[in-house]
Design a protein around this ligand. Sequence first.
Ligand code: ZN
Length: 153
Amino acid sequence: MDLIIGKNNSILRKKLNPAKDFDRQLKNIVTEMKKKLTAAVGVGLAANQVGINLALFIAKPKDKFYVFVNPKIELTKKPILTEEGCLSLPGQWGYVKRSTEVKINYQDLAGKQRKLKTTGLLAHIIQHEFDHLQGVLFIDKTKEVFEINKTNE
Ligand SMILES: [Zn+2]
């Protein structure tokens, strides 16, 4: 499972298909994604970022993993400008307007329908990853993309 990189990579630009089979294979994909996210020291990862065409993403705002399959989201608060980066766009960041609260309807790994209302970092991650599932990257939503100057680190 390799990380898919680059704003023009067609894999990152396609809307993903809904997951239909809640089987062992799906669980294995999520297990591999969790390993990948941990290794990359990221907070969220969508399936297309590792080349999988399924509408699912994982989030890890602190120590706990969240798994969202076939999500639908509703933005329930006014947006604020937030700093954002992406594992698929290394070295780049920008400011994106994100709601401070979201409601998400999704399925868990057993296929059970669930819902969650959340704020803070998890709400932010959910909006970024949900965009990935539509083939949208944060650079599409920011006025200016900044490059991290490695010599200043
Ligand atoms: Zn991303």
